[in-house]
Write a protein that binds this ligand. Structure first.
Ligand SMILES: *[C@@H]1O[C@H](CO)[C@@H](O)[C@H](O)[C@H]1NC(C)=O
Ligand SMILES: *[C@@H]1O[C@H](CO)[C@@H](O)[C@H](O)[C@H]1NC(C)=O
Ligand SMILES: *[C@@H]1O[C@H](CO)[C@@H](O)[C@H](O)[C@H]1NC(C)=O
Ligand SMILES: *[C@@H]1O[C@H](CO)[C@@H](O)[C@H](O)[C@H]1NC(C)=O
Ligand SMILES: *[C@@H]1O[C@H](CO)[C@@H](O)[C@H](O)[C@H]1NC(C)=O
Ligand SMILES: *[C@@H]1O[C@H](CO)[C@@H](O)[C@H](O)[C@H]1NC(C)=O
Ligand SMILES: [Cu+2]
Length: 590
């Protein structure tokens, strides 16, 4: 259905490429996806160190888990989170904006810089707490900056502010998003780019390409559906698919009188003929698995998440939620305009309109004309899986160490006695307590946790191996905070307990796709990062319904952390606010 709708619209030359709404009406103050969005870096990365770069003599072979430059530079950002009304795809809805923008502003830094973001919670009517998570950053020595309510901090109440500060010890492409309930499905997300040494040559850094499913209902109503006890009500479909926050919609489907404009416009990019372009793909969606392609162009994959990989060529890049892939694209097509496409897999995800389009214009092509290119014939294999582990070999080589602990975790779904559909890891369905973050309790030496907090204390284990078995018929993008995981094996059914793909240098990343009824074996070097680290499914609705656990690593060192007073002060502020405002925590809280 979605497919025929899209191709029909594409043939109406012009209307697709032109917008009858202003950028302000579709995306507020965001300029992402427009032809005035800057190429990157938007500041100079070179400086007068021996090698002319802030990272001096460090390069792509440096082990970034234990070595990163100290540039002495602080990149400061001031974010105000507010409610607003925009129409990213022409359908007008209430959203959450960062500095009036959806997607939120780009954070850009060099490897080794400090990133400092002062966030003001201006969410009103209704008021709501919030917190921002910096996806994929390791937060070594600063676990309280990870931005997860119930785990690393109390939510920041309306009217209050919180300043996050952490070091960019890894380089590449990532994003930030709210970790308070499913708020980020309401628009509270933005891209992050950390410039570092280049493992491959390219000419033009096009910047972030955010891929996101899009719902027309408020996120809170969708969380209510997720937690509904009415049979079937917790199954619902996204309404559209956006590239850099933009796409058009067939407003004849709107029956409730909500303002809707058919031709909201699409994201546009410019290519320079003959040059090699870097595209930084990020799946910032709530539920949908994306299959990204560019008509007439092959892509060379050079990084997955924060890990540069040995380059390989592909027609389609698969991204689960939270995953990033840097690709190089040579502008050597015969036409002067091409479609960029991102299709949500209709086998692996729930959507009524899977196909996102954006336009790529070479040099002086007419940017008001729709491209006439044709898609690759690349049928969805329906495996809900990333590229084979044998293909994705990290550039910076690390063998997997011998684990001191191996845990098996079973992922399942069940309906509880009051008919709520809940996800479980080893039988526990997570539900957090906003007032008692695990990190703060652990820092006080109180390791008595409620079972519904699903805390796994791995003690002094240096390296922890997890064999996770998905007993559900659904794929899950599993994300670990604080580490890059070694991804050792994946397959249908049970693991044989020994086979590892390329143990001399297995794939590493911070989100992996766990296909239906399959296992994935991952490992992380727990002792390298004392703290409390969530491991969860990145589907917003699954996290809401409990698919979340947390690892406590090196508790003695967590006890010894000197956590800034503002973290406890935020809990006091949250406590005061909740004295008179009862937060309606209908889900797990995250
Ligand atoms: C994306 O969807 C379009 C429209 O249905 C289709 O022609 C194209 O082959 C698809 N591409 C991929 C990579 O799935
Ligand atoms: C706070 O939010 C309101 C809308 O709820 C908006 O009008 C106002 O401009 C916002 N303040 C700032 C500083 O962004
Ligand atoms: C375009 O460049 C890519 C990457 O260098 C190459 O694989 C491809 O064959 C080229 N295509 C044409 C039409 O020259
Ligand atoms: C079922 O789960 C919901 C959501 O977590 C919870 O509110 C409810 O108390 C649970 N029911 C029972 C009987 O435990
Ligand atoms: C749960 O659903 C079953 C089947 O629809 C129904 O018979 C039962 O009354 C429901 N229980 C509750 C507590 O709502
Ligand atoms: C430890 O924290 C729990 C809350 O998880 C609390 O109930 C308990 O009283 C605390 N214990 C001590 C000794 O403070
Ligand atoms: Cu999931």
């Amino acid at each position: 259905m979605g497919a025929s709708y899209s191709s029909r619209r594409v043939k109406r030359d012009g209307s697709v490429a032109k917008s009858s709404l202003s950028q302000k009406q579709t995306n507020g103050l965001s300029i992402l996806g427009t032809l005035v969005a800057p190429l990157l870096p938007s500041f100079l990365t070179n400086n007068p160190t021996p090698n002319g770069f802030p990272w001096s003599t460090l390069d792509c072979n440096t082990n970034y888990y234990d070595t990163s430059p100290n540039t002495g530079v602080i990149r400061r950002y001031d974010f105000t989170i507010s409610r607003g009304v925009i129409a990213p795809d022409g359908y007008q809805r209430n959203v959450l904006l960062v500095n009036g923008a959806y997607p939120g502003p780009l954070i850009e830094a060099n490897w080794g810089d400090m990133i400092q973001v002062t966030m003001h919670n201006n969410i009103s009517a209704p008021e709501e707490g919030t917190a921002l998570h910096w996806h994929g950053f390791l937060q070594q020595g600063t676990p309280w900056e990870d931005g997860v309510p119930s785990v690393t901090q109390c939510p920041v109440p309306p009217g209050s502010s919180f300043t996050y500060q952490f070091k960019a010890t890894l380089y590449g492409t990532t994003w930030y998003h709210s970790h308070f309930s499913s708020q980020y499905a309401g628009g509270l997300t933005g891209p992050i780019v950390v410039h570092g040494p280049k493992s491959q040559k390219y000419d033009v850094d096009v910047g972030p390409v955010m891929l996101s499913d899009w719902y027309h209902d408020d996120y809170y109503d969708l969380v209510k559906k997720t937690m509904s006890t009415v049979p079937g009500e917790n199954i619902f479909f996204s309404d559209n698919n956006l590239i850099n926050g933009k796409m058009f919609f067939d407003c004849s489907k709107v029956t409730d009188g909500t303002p809707c404009t058919n031709d909201a416009g699409i994201a546009k990019f410019r290519f320079q003929r003959g040059k090699t372009h870097l595209l930084r793909l990020i799946n910032t969606g709530a539920e949908g698995l994306q299959r990204f392609s560019i008509d007439g162009h092959k892509m060379t994959v050079i990084a997955n998440d924060f890990v540069d990989v040995k380059p390989y060529v592909t027609d389609v890049v698969t991204l689960g939620i939270g995953q990033r892939t840097n690709v190089l694209v040579k502008a050597n097509g015969t036409l002067d305009a091409y479609w960029m496409r991102s299709n949500i897999s209709t086998i692996c995800s729930l959507t009524s309109q899977p196909n996102a389009l954006a336009a790529i214009y070479y040099d002086n092509a007419d940017t008001n004309k729709a491209p006439q290119s044709t898609p690759w014939n690349a049928p969805d294999p329906g495996t809900c899986s990333n590229d084979d582990l044998s293909l994705t070999e990290p550039f910076m080589k690390l063998p997997v160490p011998k684990p001191d602990v191996t845990n098996e975790i079973e992922l399942n779904v069940f309906v509880n006695a009051t008919n709520h559909t809940l996800w479980t890891l080893d039988g526990d369905s997570f539900r957090g307590n906003f007032n008692s973050p695990t990190l703060l309790l652990s820092n006080l030496g109180n390791l008595t946790f409620q079972s519904q907090w699903s805390v796994r204390n791995v003690g002094n284990a240096k390296s922890v191996r997890i064999n996770i078995m998905n007993q559900s018929p659904v794929a899950h993008p599993m994300h670990l905070h604080g580490f890059n995981m070694y991804i050792l094996h994946q397959g249908a059914g049970e693991w044989d307990g020994k086979t590892i793909v390329r143990s001399s240098n297995p794939q590493r990343r911070d989100v992996f796709l766990l296909p239906p009824s399959s296992h994935v074996v991952m490992q992380f070097d727990a002792a390298s990062n004392p703290g409390v680290w969530p491991f969860h499914c990145h589907i917003a609705w699954h996290t809401s319904a409990g698919l979340f656990t947390q690892f406590l690593t090196i508790p003695d060192k967590v006890r010894a952390l000197s956590i800034p007073n503002v973290v406890a002060e935020t809990c006091r502020q949250w406590g005061r606010w909740t004295n008179t405002n009862i937060p309606d925590q209908i889900d797990s809280g995250l």
